[in-house]
Design a protein around this ligand. Structure first.
Ligand code: SAM
Length: 293
């Protein structure tokens, strides 16, 4: 199997992204989750318009790896994509190609010190933006039983949310991912296919990074940032995100004659077997694309 080192991130659904976003020479590009520049590198190679590109990421470490683009005139923005998009709308900017590849990157998951992984011991952090104050330890150690239950239920879609939240409240304070994963495992039935803490960790991550609200508020701005003929692609990694993307695209890209957008993907595009062999993390990725009329 392909060996992934700690700082490598393989861009998911790269071929479908290039197929649907169809980068042409001279086109402008906005990458809202530039990460390690995997998609951006491939797209900018084709547009060859580095000065007409803007790359956004809220992670300082990711931003530091993107200087190869800024050296060629690309603008880098270290901010969450809602704030960055609002500024771009306010300054009247438009883009031919916009991509959001949501969620965490492989270096987030592979570096125990970022606190995203339940398989490795690390601090209870989970912040994508290292300058943010709210972290997972604060959520786990200070939220009420009811707040924790609601959060694990809605963001983790975890049927045993109350049992898990009760165990957390009884066992806190927690400072490590391992200790938290252990307490969750101790109250879960044996023999599940996924790690028993998967859903709880997903819920905490979404809460710490306010992932769903930022996505919901940003999608209409992304539509406004498109040029006529511009393409917007969004890659999501779990059903809560995909539902928001699907619903927003349906609202603005219906079959009505006056719809602002056309939906290019009737069904979400997923990874083929070949991609899954070298990048198992692509298994839950879904790409949806719209084009502005
Ligand atoms: C899946 S990775 C993107 C990888 C990138 N497409 C590549 O090929 O290298 C997602 C990135 O989005 C960033 N991110 C997630 N949510 C964000 C948000 N709301 N605002 C800005 N960046 C965000 C994360 O920090 C992470 O680096």
């Amino acid at each position: 199997m392909h060996h992934q080192n700690r700082n490598e991130h393989i861009p998911v659904l790269l071929q479908p992204v290039l197929h649907y976003l169809r980068p042409q020479a001279g086109e402008s590009y906005l990458d809202l989750t530039a990460g390690y520049g995997g998609h951006a590198g491939q797209i900018l190679e084709r547009t060859d318009a580095y000065q007409a590109a803007v790359l956004v990421d809220r992670d300082t470490h990711a931003l530091q790896t993107l200087t190869r683009f800024s050296e060629r005139g690309t603008r880098l923005i270290h901010q969450d994509f809602l704030g960055a998009s609002q500024t771009l709308v306010d300054t009247g900017q438009h883009f031919d190609i916009i991509l959001a590849d949501l969620g965490v990157s492989s270096p987030h998951l592979d570096n125990a010190s970022r606190g995203f992984a339940f398989g490795m011991d690390g601090p209870l952090d989970m912040r994508m933006d290292q300058t943010q104050t709210l972290d997972a330890a604060t959520v786990v150690n200070t939220y009420s039983l009811d707040e924790l239950t609601r959060l694990i239920k809605t963001y983790g879609e975890e049927p045993r949310a109350r049992t898990i939240a009760s165990a957390i409240v009884a066992g806190r304070p927690f400072s490590s991912t391992q200790a938290l994963a252990d307490i969750v495992r101790s109250v879960m039935p044996k023999g599940s296919k996924i790690h028993p803490a998967t859903r709880t960790f997903q819920a905490l991550r979404i809460a710490v990074n306010d992932e769903l609200e930022l996505l919901r508020a940003s999608l209409p701005l992304w539509v406004r940032l498109l040029t006529s003929g511009g393409r917007l692609g969004v890659i999501s990694f779990h059903s809560l995100e995909d539902r928001i993307v699907k619903q927003t695209f349906q609202d603005v890209a219906g079959d009505r004659y006056d719809a602002e957008l056309l939906l290019l993907t009737k069904r979400p595009v997923t990874a083929d077997d070949q991609e899954l062999v070298f990048n198992p993390r692509a298994r839950s990725a879904k790409l949806r694309v719209v084009v502005k009329k």
